[in-house]
Ligand binder design. Sequence first.
Ligand SMILES: Nc1ncnc2c1ncn2[C@@H]1O[C@H](COP(=O)(O)OP(=O)(O)OP(=O)(O)O)[C@@H](O)[C@H]1O
Ligand SMILES: [Mg+2]
Length: 188
Amino acid sequence: MGPSGSGKSTLLSCALGLIRPDRGSVEVAGRDVVPLRSGAVARHRARHVGMVFQFGELLPELSAVENVMLAAMLGGARRSRSLNAAEELLHELGISDSSVATGSLSGGERQRVAIARALVNRPSLVLADEPTGALDDANRDRVSRLLYSLPSRWGCGLLVVTHDQDVASGATHVARILDGKIAVEAPA
Ligand SMILES: Nc1ncnc2c1ncn2[C@@H]1O[C@H](COP(=O)(O)OP(=O)(O)OP(=O)(O)O)[C@@H](O)[C@H]1O
Ligand SMILES: [Mg+2]
């Protein structure tokens, strides 16, 4: 958490290896991503990190299953395996008709598809930037419960950026960024 412009999205971009800090190291899945070349950092990201954006950022003309499959295929899986993995995940996340274009899904459904896409390569770390910012209260609660269930169900780490105190209250630790410093609060 932290005020607008404090550097929350920037911190996630560092974990994704999209921005290199001026100094220091950024260890993701046991590896410092700062010294890696861009090809190596992209492979490391595809293998180890899943990202969920505020507005889902799905390809709207593709179906849910195609959006999730595409991420699996970019991660190196074959077509048939990608299809199976995508269908299984979407079913588990409660997207029943995964063949309609995601542009016509509701905001909450789109976020669940975005979470499926983030999970399909079995990442060590899931990053989410304001994942519930565009949702109503009921969908916010559903999506945040789903996100917080991921570490125990999937054995991954989870780092969520949020402005919403209700969402933050589900986390085991809350880190606040203020004036360039990060302070981690003990679990409630
Ligand atoms: N590559 C960059 N180089 C220099 N400055 C940058 C870069 N990217 C972002 N910034 C600046 O860093 C600051 C933090 O931006 P960031 O997007 O991380 O904020 P934020 O905490 O995510 O805010 P919000 O809550 O509004 O999304 C902003 O002032 C932004 O303009
Ligand atoms: Mg931001």
